[in-house]
Design a protein around this ligand. Structure first.
Ligand code: PXP
Length: 241
């Protein structure tokens, strides 16, 4: 069985730093430590309002990190320009609303279809692997294939919330399974992300066909108590099963 990759999202190290306008804690230090403890990639989301990661973080992490950097961006002209210049190995295009607390849903792939197709092609030609953050629906998997994306990241937020609230998650799990199967049959690499905890990651790790998990908020929160290395170690163990 092929190993499931773990992408560690370190945005919230920058959130803590920015809360006091200080230079610590350092997202670069977190990125390097994540690699040391077994992360396969590091994810950062450069948001329009720069509420966590900024361009200096991007430059520093990109130049020092020895595992792939996964840059999450909205499909805006500004972000595409930055991505083309920075050439991160992985890019994940996400929707972004200025007032949201976090990425609240998957991309609307039908809206600006032609524009998305053009930028995906540009980013791929620039040697970045391009992923689209989508809801786990068959409709979006089909469009992602037509858009010629390399991968899709399935938004697991709803699934994770149901688990956290002890509600029935079977229907959502089934949607994720079906989307994974269809994506795999199209040759799309399937990733999962948003809201993942030890418990939700463990359930989803049983779906064969999900190749990468991107985990941030819970992982950074847990690190406060047991350390970044130990938290990554636990996720690594979960993803091996
Ligand atoms: N994947 C994508 C595309 C995201 O936008 C986010 C949140 O930035 C994550 C994964 C990580 O989600 P969380 O921080 O809830 O683990």
């Amino acid at each position: 069985m092929k190993k499931i990759r773990l992408g560690v999202n370190i945005d919230h190290v920058a959130t803590v730093r920015n809360a006091r306008g200080e230079i610590y804690p350092s997202p670069l230090r977190a990125a390097l430590l994540a690699r040391k403890h077994g992360a396969d990639s590091v994810t950062i989301h450069l948001r329009e309002d720069r509420r966590h990661i900024n361009e200096t973080d991007l430059k520093q992490i990109k130049s020092k990190l020895k595992i792939p950097l996964n840059l999450e961006i909205a499909a805006t002209e500004e972000m595409i320009k930055i991505a083309l210049k920075s050439k991160p190995p992985f890019i994940c295009i996400v929707p972004e609303k200025r007032q949201e607390i976090t990425t609240e849903g998957g991309l609307n792939l039908k809206f600006k279809y032609a524009y998305l197709k053009k930028i995906i092609s540009k980013l791929k030609k620039n040697n970045s692997r391009v992923s689209l953050f989508v809801e786990p629906t068959l409709k979006d998997i089909k469009i992602a294939k037509k858009l010629n994306a390399d991968c899709v990241e399935l938004h697991t937020g709803k699934f994770c919330r149901l688990i956290n609230e002890n509600k029935n998650y079977k229907k959502e799990l089934s949607k994720i399974k079906k989307a994974t199967m269809m994506g795999n049959s199209f040759g799309l690499e399937i990733h999962a992300g948003h809201g993942l905890t030890f418990k939700s990651a463990k359930i989803l790790s049983k779906i064969s066909g999900i190749k990468e998990f991107n985990i941030g908020h819970f992982l950074i929160g847990e690190s406060i108590f047991v350390g970044l290395g130990e938290t990554i170690k636990i996720f690594r163990k979960i993803l091996k099963k």
